[in-house]
Design a protein around this ligand. Sequence first.
Ligand SMILES: [Zn+2]
Length: 284
Amino acid sequence: MIATLTLAALLAGAPAGDSLTRPMAVDRAGEWLAPLPPEVIFRRSYLVGFGGLSVVLIDTGEGLVLIDGALPQAAPAILANVRKLGFDPKDIKFILSTEPHFDHAGGLAALARDTGATVVASARGAEGLKAGALAKDDPQRAYGGSWPRVAKVRVVKDGEVLRLGRTAITAHATPGHTMGSMSWSWQACEGRTCKTIVFASSLNPVSAEGYKYTAPASAPIVQGFAASYRRMNAMPCDILISAHPDNAGPGRYNAEPGACRAYAARSQKLLGERLAQERKESTK
Ligand SMILES: [Zn+2]
């Protein structure tokens, strides 16, 4: 029994008995956590995540910032990628969260413990991270489930700027997929060439069975999506990284002009189709 547990833990890259990195058995874990080497996005911004889940590292010159934590069992592989780039995980000062869902926030508790970094999220995001569970108004609420809780979360407001070293990271509320969803943007400069990099939260209008976006109680969610589309359409965006990379395009990130607007448009189309379908079903 002990041998089996140890082997399972080794396979997952986690120390035996570590409750914060205990593998979550989810159907798509293999696809989401497909290992990839670290990659430079532009200048001192890097991808340190996986084939199906984005994790970003920013070197601000006075400490590191990580965005998102993937699944609980992903934390050791993320930190291994940080070390491969020549950085010390203990230099990570902030870990920003895009949404309180297990596939992006499951690893945050272990990453915060192992680095000493402060986790940062929106107010509603922080509620979800502290609970380690889906909010009552989450369209996927009926799926249930839980993930390791984050003890301490620093709350930032929509539009607030987080500064570290030479980097200023802006928080953009992008509610809808969850009411706590937050996207993050910052500038990376090479000489006079500056690019705005956007790490966009998931805007996928997906739900558990039986959820109705047309129900009166869902109005804040639908209004949230609308506000998120306006925000994504308006924000400077030279390079788009989405929480699930396949939502942004074929590569690990999308540097095409209008990538953020196209990202919003895809969600808007899916939500429109979903609302039309629900209305059609209700008049049958
Ligand atoms: Zn999600």
